[in-house]
Design a protein around this ligand. Structure first.
Ligand code: SIN
Length: 301
């Protein structure tokens, strides 16, 4: 039997739930030579700030056996280049859901960037990144306090006509409190989780491996923790959740959907294997068949 892989996200029909996570897939264009992007349910673009950024000094990637650390620091071409170059170029190749990941260093900057992105016809969803651990005075600073996360959400919702998802940090004691604050401030959905603050030390040089000292840890090792947070938040809130964190297989996608996610983002696995998303999408129908699943709706336990 043909399997129905489609899912719905804030009224948007996705051909399947698999979405490369922000920061692991550039602006889509970089990977377009490898496979037909149109197999993807959506694409979350690299986190974008008002001004162009080079990011942090190198080295800013550290491989670990169980995942990876990054301290990229939001390297991006700036919001104007996103809406005038990157998204129009991507739209020539891709007709699925385009998610703009928006970062900032103040509530005003989040609001400005979202207002600009909201007017761009090629963008379907605004994903407000209050969870980047690699910049000072921005990103995660807004996502680790319920009032600050709510303030950003309110400001963005005041200028947005498109669905607003807030991307949450796992570096908190109570992610449900942050999620509820965003929901009450008007968020249409939530993406969770971003990376865990981590560190490695080179025992020969006795120096941190990353030039920035610390960075965000992602990869397979975080899957059970991300899954637990998706489960908790999706049972505490009534807005849709995009599950993210250590997803590396079709089984992981089903597990995230069972935890309560409406769509699933694949992050670090794209860096390890740029064909990870096509492989997961290809494997889903067979696994669904084995498990007696005909469609991906109502899998939440
Ligand atoms: C980065 O550019 O530092 C990573 C983005 C993020 O963690 O949100």
């Amino acid at each position: 039997m043909v399997k129905d892989l489609s899912v719905e996200l804030c009224g948007l029909k996705l051909r399947n739930p698999v979405i490369p996570a922000s920061g692991t897939f550039g602006f889509g264009l970089e990977l377009a030579g490898l496979f037909d992007l149109n197999i993807l349910g959506g694409i979350s673009l690299k986190g974008t700030t008002r001004e162009e950024r080079f990011g942090n000094p190198t080295p800013r990637i550290a491989e670990c056996p169980e995942g990876m650390l990054n301290s990229v620091g939001l390297q991006n071409p700036g919001i104007e280049a996103l809406v005038s170059e990157k998204v129009p170029q991507l739209r020539k190749l891709y007709d699925g859901a385009v998610i703009a990941n928006i970062s900032g260093f103040s509530v005003e900057e989040y609001s400005y960037n979202c207002a600009v992105a909201d007017k761009c016809p090629g963008i379907d969803i605004l994903e407000v990144n209050v969870s980047c651990p690699n910049v000072h005075g921005g990103g995660m600073a807004f996502g680790t306090d319920p009032d600050a996360a709510a303030a950003v959400t309110r400001a963005v919702k005041a200028v947005a006509t498109k669905p607003v998802f807030v991307k949450l940090s796992p570096n908190v004691t109570d992610i449900v409190a942050i999620a509820r604050a965003c929901e009450q401030a008007g968020a249409d959905g939530l993406t969770l989780v971003n990376t865990f603050l981590g560190m490695r030390i080179d025992i020969k040089t006795r120096r941190p491996v990353l030039a920035a000292g610390m960075g965000g840890f992602s990869g397979r090792a975080i899957f059970p923790i991300a899954l637990r947070m998706v489960y908790q938040v999706s049972h505490a809130c009534s807005i849709p959740v995009m599950g993210c964190g250590g997803v590396a297989s079709a089984a992981d996608v089903l597990e995230m959907l069972m935890a309560g996610a409406s769509a699933v983002q694949v992050g670090a696995e794209n860096i390890r294997d740029p064909y990870a998303c096509p492989a997961i999408i290809e494997a889903l129908p067979g696994l669904m068949d084995t498990l007696g699943i005909d469609h991906l709706k109502d899998l939440k336990i």
